[in-house]
Design a protein around this ligand. Structure first.
Ligand code: GLV
Ligand code: MN
Ligand code: MN
Length: 410
């Protein structure tokens, strides 16, 4: 059985076909923000592949899709999966790899006429990116009961839509129960999205957990005025507050040291004109760390600096938490299963935490969970240039196959 392996050409063909939907011209990347028309077309394609593989497909009330392959015994399935939504300037591997590698595991077993002991499930969860509808990992959060379905439906997007309205519009408001059925175990294959594996010349990461994530939206309100006539001492300039805070969180992350990271990724100013002191600035702060105490310190110091800076600039502030997830530690048995499956293929798996958020961190709330990482060239992700070589994709999907088979016999 150890020589059972996936078909890399078939996996790459599926990745390419899915990447054609929402393709960003002149790049290898895609724009399939959650619950857009492009997301719907991507969903339809993946569901059609699930049906071709005779999976039993369920769509739940937040649009999560789960396809189940029967095992030789009844009981909770070993689940794999990820997401097929992307950021607006996304790559073709982030999320998509985990879902399509799951289908590849199923097809490999079907082709070999093998029935796993436990059922196997392949899932794609809604709005993992959170780029259109915060928080990230929304679908998997609701799947595990971390948020009620009504609360999820009411979430407003960056474009004045709601999750419930868009699910209904694209036809993915399904009847499946929420919270969803608890899997026996969950394992997700994903590109690393960072530089570590490549730098160390390794192919497989055995992921030990996911760092804590804190997203805040800040709105600073000042007074719109003439850029030429308003003396510097009389201004109420929200742009200045935004720029100072952006600079502060960057310096704070350097001071706290790795793995602390800090990003201001979105900023909107009104009225956004060259000769007008802005009336308001709305921006986001993304802070992450593997240690919750350090993350709490970063949040506190950022909030203090924001308040003091707004006061000094005669502006007022409103803040809104968009996402806050504590660091997650994965299950030792699944981490060991990843290491064993890598070793069987002559690979050394490196234990490492994940810097990005993943659906696996939500599934870890309800069942033994782990992840497999494969290298990202130059550590680039959330960028159309994201790339992982076919050899590394193949190695990762084979590790996924053998981890799932091992977990399906326990
Ligand atoms: C979501 O995938 C994130 O890590 O931002
Ligand atoms: Mn992802
Ligand atoms: Mn992503």
């Amino acid at each position: 059985m150890t020589d059972l392996h996936i078909d890399i050409d078939r996996l790459i063909d599926r990745l390419a076909a899915l990447a054609e939907i929402g393709a960003i011209e002149g790049t290898q990347g895609c724009a399939r923000l959650a619950l857009t028309d492009e997301d719907r077309a991507g969903r339809d394609l993946v569901v059609s592949w699930m049906r071709d593989l005779e999976l039993d497909v369920t769509i739940d009330g937040v649009g999560n899709v789960v396809g189940v392959m029967a095992g030789s015994t009844e009981g909770a399935p070993v689940m794999t999966g990820s997401h097929i939504d992307t950021v607006r300037t996304g790559g073709r591997y982030d999320g998509n790899l985990g879902v399509l590698a799951g289908l590849e595991v199923v097809e490999t077993l079907r082709t070999a006429n093998m029935t796993p002991t436990r059922p196997l499930a392949v899932a794609f969860f809604t709005d993992e990116e959170g780029a259109r509808f915060p928080p990230d990992m929304l679908g998997s959060l609701v799947y595990v009961g971390g948020m009620g379905v009504e609360e999820a439906h009411a979430i407003q997007g960056i474009d004045d839509t709601t999750v419930g309205g868009e699910l209904d519009r694209i036809g993915y408001l399904g009847p499946g129960p929420l919270p969803g059925p608890t899997p026996h175990a969950f394992v997700e294959l994903h590109v690393e999205q960072g530089p570590v594996l490549e730098a160390e010349g390794l192919t497989i990461g055995a992921v030990t957990g996911v760092q804590g994530i804190s997203w805040t939206e800040v709105t600073v309100i000042g007074q719109s005025n003439h850029a030429g006539t308003t003396p510097m001492t009389l201004r109420k300039d929200p742009g200045v507050v935004a720029f100072k805070v952006g600079s502060f969180v960057n310096e704070l992350a350097h001071e706290l040291g790795a793995p602390q990271v800090a990003t201001v990724g979105r900023i909107e100013m009104h009225p956004n004109l060259v000769n007008v002191v802005p009336a308001s600035a709305t921006f986001t702060i993304d802070l992450r760390h593997t240690d919750n105490d350090v993350l709490l310190e970063a949040e506190r110091r950022t909030a203090d600096f924001l308040a003091a800076t707004a006061e000094a600039e005669n502006c007022t502030i409103e803040t809104r938490s968009l996402a806050r997830f504590d660091p997650v530690v994965f299950d030792e048995t699944v981490i060991c299963a990843v290491e064993r499956a890598a070793a069987v293929q002559g690979r050394t798996a490196r234990r490492m935490p994940s810097g990005a958020g993943h659906d696996a961190q939500m599934l870890a709330r309800v069942c033994p969970t782990g992840m497999v990482f494969v290298p990202s060239v130059d550590g680039v992700s959330h960028n159309p240039a994201e790339y992982t070589s076919p050899e590394d994709l193949e190695a990762g999907a084979n590790v996924l196959l053998h981890v799932m088979l091992e977990l399906a016999t326990t």
